[in-house]
Design a binder for this molecule. Structure first.
Ligand SMILES: [Zn+2]
Length: 100
């Protein structure tokens, strides 16, 4: 039996709800200081699945520590520029990404 999307009622292979959701995401990239003056880069606005995936890829790419908690990706160090470039390569648009 074909799986039906509960949102639009279309079979999953025709449903584009996931795509729309992704296009509507608003992502914020910011840096903040933590204990002992360490800078961390926060990516806010990603859903859990893409957030965890992006966190893993960025950790590998940037060679830094990172976590995903409370709906936010947290990376050790200041990587605002690199994170934005990476998200653009992933298919997110300039309009979706706000660097604070
Ligand atoms: Zn749908």
């Amino acid at each position: 039996m074909t799986e039906i999307c509960p949102k639009c009622g279309l079979p999953k292979d025709l449903c584009i709800c996931g795509t729309i959701e992704r296009e509507e995401q608003r992502i914020k990239i910011l840096t903040t200081k933590r204990r002992y003056g360490k800078t961390v880069t926060i990516i806010d606005g990603l859903d859990e699945t893409s957030g965890k995936d992006i966190m893993k890829q960025l950790k590998r790419k940037l060679g830094c520590g990172g976590t995903f908690k409370n709906g936010k990706v947290e990376l050790q160090g200041d990587h605002k520029k690199k994170v934005k470039d990476f998200l653009l390569k992933m298919g997110y648009t300039e309009e979706q990404i706000e660097v604070i």
